[in-house]
Design a protein around this ligand. Sequence first.
Ligand SMILES: NC(=O)c1ccc[n+]([C@@H]2O[C@H](COP(=O)([O-])OP(=O)(O)OC[C@H]3O[C@@H](n4cnc5c(N)ncnc54)[C@H](OP(=O)(O)O)[C@@H]3O)[C@@H](O)[C@H]2O)c1
Length: 355
Amino acid sequence: MTEIRELILDKFFSPNGGIPDQKDFKVTTSKFDENKPLEKDQILINLEYISVDPYLRARMQGVHTFVDPFKLHEPINSGCVAKVLKSNCPRFKAGDHVSGYFNWQEKQIVNVTKEVVKVDPNLAPLPHFVGVLGMTGLTAYFGLVLIGKPKKGETIVVSAAGGAVGSIVGQIGKILGCRVVGICGSDEKAKFLKSEFGFDEVVNYKSSTYEKDLKNACPKGIDIYFENVGGKIADPILFLINKHARIPVCGTISTYNAPIEKDIGQRAQYFIFSKQALMQGFLVFDYSEQETNEALKHLSQWIKEGKLKEKNVIFKGYDHIIEAFTKLFNTTNNTNIGKVVIDVTDQSGSSKAQQ
Ligand SMILES: NC(=O)c1ccc[n+]([C@@H]2O[C@H](COP(=O)([O-])OP(=O)(O)OC[C@H]3O[C@@H](n4cnc5c(N)ncnc54)[C@H](OP(=O)(O)O)[C@@H]3O)[C@@H](O)[C@H]2O)c1
């Protein structure tokens, strides 16, 4: 028996909102039998990289929202990359790296499903397989390409542009020949998105001139608004949408820590009706295997051609998972650009940004 670390949800969050708190989680240890024989189609894995994502908050409230809740006192799970230590499945051998939805637990036996896939470390750094070549990249692709249906020369606006999804949406928009305008919360992020990811303009939603800046950045109006944030930031966008605009609603991170209000504020319906626009919510998990393979083919090709890049913010060690998770919702001094992952093979505890 060996001792392994795991991270469990100790207490559900209040349904009345609030920022996730370190005290609702616990890093615990448990005994693990590495020599237990594997059943058919099982693999023994060692966790390497964990993805933290805003949607996980919705799974920590103890009620069904758009996703099922986690169980209390059991390890949380999310998109992860792991190394195969032993395999009783013909698709994998010891030494392979795999991605899938795994528990936040150092070692574990996994029943192989079609979601568990072998990843190629020669194609991209391992963290990219929970980012641009995983859920993040697929979300950006499905929302922008399949719902937004961008045409060359159109104007795309994307909010949370410095985040994991937004930074990929902007780059895909450029690859497809569009004008891309990002919205983010700091001038430093804005500068980076323009210089490193090729955004045409980026406006800071915290600026007192936000509405004017947005209008100036979109002289031909907005054809696609990729919605990541919701709330007040999105309101001025509706005034700028063009006829037949498309609004893929990927998420509304500004509302996740707030109680659901009966008064939903500014109504979008008038703008959608008057511009004969399309507003469609979507979940990355709803797309078919064929659509996923097609998207991954394009994303991998763009990476190979050097047209698509991912920046990672890497935290290190089990003790920093929750710090990394809660920081996703911080808007006062959020320096994160790109996809946040935790390297759980390294216990040094510091965080560093890695391209
Ligand atoms: N539909 C799906 O299947 C799917 C899949 C993945 C993600 N999503 C959604 O996509 C969105 C982006 O996810 P992500 O993984 O890219 O997030 P992320 O990398 O965690 O980015 C979060 C960024 O959002 C901004 N933000 C946080 N709280 C905010 C607030 N209250 N107001 C304005 N901006 C705020 C912050 O940047 P600033 O410094 O710029 O404020 C932060 O860095 C989320 O809404 C998420 O739920 C949906």
